[in-house]
Design a protein around this ligand. Structure first.
Ligand code: CTP
Length: 403
């Protein structure tokens, strides 16, 4: 999955011949799963039609301060558009628009959006070779870069004038991959290997029966997704769940029993920097698994259970400088029990869920957590979606690790 997936992208189109390539840019962003809105300068409509861009983006295209069919009607709110955007790309960016951006001129909707933006702004210049290297253009580039705008340099090649040189807008595929790489470079968990366990384990009684629990795996899967979106390489060791993963940055290892989860977790622990064990591992497993289906001959059936190995505690013994996170699901003396687990299992952080809290627990899409760090610092959170909870946990880790 691309880092652009789910992102709000505002594409600014200005009046250069490369404006025809903006249709490809919209198409590629949409393919990456982004939401795209287009703001055009009035003259750019001579080069590409708003209809093309609205059809491809599946959104209205904006080019003036008011709705065009009725001058007295609603205005197009440039501030709202700017704040909607996670990133702005101005492509093509003509010499005229670049000079206005550098000087704070605000005589069209796109420039008003640009001046109102708080998000990263990328611009892909497109002009003839002599315009591109004119001293005034170079000054504007420098100024815009000083403002924190990110330039996507023009390519060399044949230009609309028939001349050859630097000035043609970078190819849409190249622009998209530069934007993706730039976002990846700035992600806080970039180059971090994170190991996550999730879901229940099933402990076989015979070939058709098992002992399990109600864990849905939703919390662990949400942590995996959010960690990957923050740039991490994730290994997700999952017990049997019905959830699916579709993310290249997540390596899913499926296991069934506590013992299989123990082995897989130890195997992948060696190469991780952070391990988050959210699985609801069975604490006991049948001491013997019947080879054939147990028949109901008797009135009662006694199954002897043996304690499973505590995966989290065993990692605590060998963790060295790895950051280890455990979960505690409690029904009474919650804080006390969680603190005891934190110390006993040698953890850096424990995530406490109380089954007494409304909105917390198995199968729900929400959870209410308390985070307790090694130094006994406690952070409490309100009921949130499991995705938001995952983000809270990861942001806490990022802060503690100063990454
Ligand atoms: N855990 C584990 N291996 C086990 C049991 C638990 O790795 N065999 C991990 C869980 O993934 C969780 C943490 O230990 O991160 C705490 O699990 P929990 O069931 O709350 O606590 P237990 O240590 O099993 O203690 P108890 O059931 O007695 O509360």
């Amino acid at each position: 999955m691309s880092v652009l997936s789910g992102k709000n992208i505002l594409l600014g189109v200005t009046a250069g011949i490369a404006a025809y390539k903006s249709a490809f840019l919209v198409r590629l962003f949409v393919k990456k799963g982004a939401n795209v809105k287009v703001v055009m300068t009035p003259s750019s409509k001579e080069f590409v039609t708003p209809l093309t861009l609205s059809t491809l983006s599946k959104n209205e295209v904006y080019s003036s301060f008011t709705k065009e069919d009725n001058e007295n009607a609603q205005w197009n709110n440039h501030v709202e558009l700017a704040l909607w955007a996670d990133l702005i790309l101005i492509a093509p960016a003509t010499a005229n628009t670049l000079s206005k951006m550098a000087n704070g001129t605000c005589d069209n909707l796109l420039l008003a959006v640009y001046l109102s933006a708080k998000c990263p702004v990328y611009y892909a210049p497109a002009m003839d070779l002599d315009m591109y290297k004119h001293p005034s253009t170079l000054i504007y580039f420098e100024k815009l870069n000083e403002f924190g705008n990110i330039q996507i340099p023009a390519d060399f090649g044949e230009l609309a004038s028939g001349l050859e040189g630097q000035g043609r807008m970078a190819a849409p595929e190249k622009i998209i991959s530069l934007v993706e790489n730039n976002i990846l470079d700035g992600l806080p968990l970039k180059n971090k290997n994170i190991l996550i366990t999730a879901g229940p384990t099933h402990e076989a009684i015979d070939p058709v029966r098992f002992i399990g629990n109600h864990s849905s795996g939703k919390t662990g899967y949400a942590i995996a997704e959010v960690a990957a979106n923050l740039g991490a390489q994730v290994t997700l060791i999952s017990g049997p769940v019905s959830l699916k993963i579709n993310n290249d940055a997540i390596n899913l290892i499926s296991v069934t029993s506590a013992n299989e989860m123990f082995k897989a977790t130890h195997h992948y622990f060696k190469n991780c920097e952070i391990a988050i064990l959210s699985a609801a591992v069975a604490d006991f497993a049948p001491s013997k698994v019947a080879l054939h289906k147990i028949k109901k001959k008797e009135e009662t059936l006694t199954i002897q259970l043996n304690k499973t190995k505590d995966i989290l505690a065993s990692l605590g013994e060998i963790k060295s400088n790895k950051y280890l996170v455990g979960f505690a699901l409690e029904t009474q003396n919650e804080l006390e029990n969680a603190k005891t687990k934190l110390n006993k299992k040698n953890l850096d952080l424990i995530v406490l869920n109380s089954l007494n809290d409304k909105g917390a627990g198995f199968k729900l899409d929400t959870n209410k957590i308390t985070l307790i760090s090694k130094d006994n610092k406690i952070a409490t959170f309100k009921v949130k979606t499991k995705k938001e909870v995952a983000n809270d946990i990861l942001q806490h880790i990022i802060k503690e690790l100063h990454v």
